[in-house]
Design a protein around this ligand. Structure first.
Ligand code: ZN
Length: 228
């Protein structure tokens, strides 16, 4: 089959226009702002010197980062299915820190915060592996309800790892660590992640024929461009 240059451009335009909606851009901007102000709050002496306050601010920021990242992917609307996905993304982005308590073997906050090594759920290689397994299971089950689950898990947990990684680098066990030396790089990566995920969702929906509405809307918007 012959694929022309204009076909590729139209293919990209269709997906890019469906990805970069105003709502997604606003949610993505809020995501970056939440990261920045959450980190600023953590550096305040009152917060920094209290273990409880530090955990509260850090977990709230992790939770909000997961929520806004996933809300940007699904173009959040007020409906039951989106609300359910938002609650689940909040759970994934915070629950990952439970490994601190498991590794410490106690609910003592000081012990959980001063582990000699990073706990297992903070291994980015493991998160990627779990996501691949979830993708395979979701594909095999063909369940409509589990359609977004693997990507939601990947986006929310990877956002958590990127945020933690801004301080300690990404732990790619057993291959070592990837350092993120620049603060702006971490903010940029966290903001790019949901956009890439949304591009994937839009592309899969279009390929599977679920994107009828997207296609109609976008082709209408593309028409004037093509007639120029
Ligand atoms: Zn963490």
């Amino acid at each position: 089959m012959f694929i022309s240059y204009s076909n590729i451009i139209t293919w990209l335009q269709l997906r890019a226009m469906a990805t970069f909606t105003l709502k997604t851009i606003i949610l993505d901007f809020i995501l970056g702002t939440v990261c920045f102000f959450g980190d600023q709050l953590l550096m305040m002496p009152t917060v920094h010197e209290s273990d409880w306050l530090r955990v509260l601010v850090d977990e709230t920021t992790h939770g909000l980062v997961g929520v806004f990242a996933w809300a940007a992917v699904i173009d959040f609307e007020i409906c039951w299915s989106h609300l359910f996905e938002i609650i689940l993304s909040l759970f994934f982005s915070c629950a990952i820190d439970v490994d601190h308590v498991l590794a410490a073997g106690t609910f003592n906050l000081k012990a959980a915060l001063s582990l000699p090594h990073r706990p297992i759920l903070h291994c980015t290689t493991l998160i990627l592996l779990i996501s691949v397994v979830l993708f395979a299971v979701s594909r095999a089950s063909n369940s409509k309800h589990a359609k977004h689950l693997p990507l939601m898990f990947l986006v929310t947990t990877l956002s958590h790892h990127l945020r933690d990684g801004s301080r300690r680098g990404l732990w790619m066990c057993p291959f070592g660590s990837l350092s993120m030396q620049q603060y702006s790089m971490y903010i940029a990566l966290i903001m790019i992640l949901p956009l890439v995920a949304k591009f994937v969702v839009v592309s899969v929906d279009l390929a599977n024929g679920f994107g009828g509405t997207i296609r109609e809307k976008m082709e209408k918007r593309l028409d004037p461009l093509e007639s120029v």
